[in-house]
Ligand binder design. Structure first.
Ligand SMILES: [Zn+2]
Length: 61
């Protein structure tokens, strides 16, 4: 009974920890995107988008 309680308790805690890790990871990715877009020079963003276009084989010029 006690082992069962501990097992259930630890799995619930694990689920909460997993949710927290997911939330923190999503927040970091979002802040990283906003930071990158906000701080990068327009020419740098244009060149990066251009390079991705060529890398993926999308017709460009
Ligand atoms: Zn091009």
């Amino acid at each position: 009974m006690k082992a069962n309680f501990l097992k259930n308790h630890s799995s619930a805690t694990g689920a909460r920890t997993s949710d927290l890790v997911s939330i923190v990871a999503a927040a970091l990715i979002g802040v990283g995107i906003i930071w990158t877009v906000g701080m990068a020079q327009a020419a740098t963003l244009h060149d990066a988008a251009h390079d991705v276009r060529h890398t993926t084989g999308f017709p460009c010029h």
